[in-house]
Design a protein around this ligand. Structure first.
Ligand SMILES: [Zn+2]
Length: 250
């Protein structure tokens, strides 16, 4: 197995994973700040933040926390009912301002790193290869709408169905909202089942659309739920059921 990590610069910001440690998830982030500033931040004890890996614009990758340890990258979060994402995940930061495309060398390094990690930890499931925005709905937007989930999918990493068209918004009455909330939650989002289009439901729709429908995603806006989104969610649930479930997350 090729090891793409060129450097180890250790961060003091980590603790032990609970035993038995089962790594099921990869969380992808963008840094906003530069490579050097990110490394500096993760080296400061006072910052109380870290990630296992940081990938620069040219694809260079530094490892800052041993993957056997629990890095501090996800914060308050929820995915598939698990609210301690740091304990089960590997955090990867990509240098990106948040408003620009990611570079090809960066994505190539990320793909290679994910493949290595999946080989080392077969308990990682494709449906658990997510963005910080997916696990912290309404709180985080990284890795932002420019992140090319489709390129990961083409490399057989994660889940990203190819469905286009049907942009009509679906009117959401309370029965349809309950159905939508349940399906978003069953995929992994921390959506509460309320039957109303409340703030956390709108945040869930926004997070879903940023990830799976970024070409039709309104930043800082109210995103409608369309027929396309509905078909995509159905496809995602199907794919999640048949793809990459090496072991089942409890
Ligand atoms: Zn983040």
């Amino acid at each position: 197995m090729k090891n793409i990590t060129k450097d180890f610069i250790l961060s003091p910001n980590f603790n032990a994973r609970p035993k038995p440690a089962i790594i099921t998830t990869i969380v992808i982030h963008h840094t906003v700040i530069s490579y050097a500033k990110t490394i500096e931040l993760f080296q400061q004890t006072a910052s109380k933040v870290s990630a296992h890996y940081v990938i620069n614009l040219d694809g260079e990758t530094v490892q800052m926390v041993n993957t056997n340890h629990r890095a501090w990258h996800a914060g308050k979060s929820s995915w598939r009912g698990n609210t301690d994402i740091n304990s089960q995940s590997i955090g990867i930061e990509l240098v990106n301002t948040g408003v620009e495309p990611f570079t090809n060398p960066q994505i190539d390094s990320l793909i290679e790193l994910c493949k290595n990690l999946i080989a080392i930890y077969p308990t990682i499931e494709h449906r658990n290869i997510v963005g910080h925005a997916d696990v912290a709905i309404g709180r985080k937007i990284d890795p932002n709408k420019h992140f090319p989930w489709n390129k990961l999918w083409d490399a057989e990493i994660g889940i990203y169905p190819q469905i286009n068209g049907f942009h009509h918004p679906i009117p959401l009455n309370s029965r349809e909202l309950l159905h939508l909330q349940k399906r978003l939650r069953s995929y992994g989002y921390g959506t509460e089942i309320t039957g109303v289009l409340d703030k956390q439901t709108q945040s869930s729709i926004n997070a879903f659309k940023q990830h799976f429908c970024s070409h039709n995603f309104q930043e800082n806006g109210k995103n409608h739920w369309t027929e396309e989104d509905d078909k995509r969610l159905e496809e995602i649930l199907d794919l999640a059921a048949c793809r990459g479930a090496v072991t089942t997350t409890t």
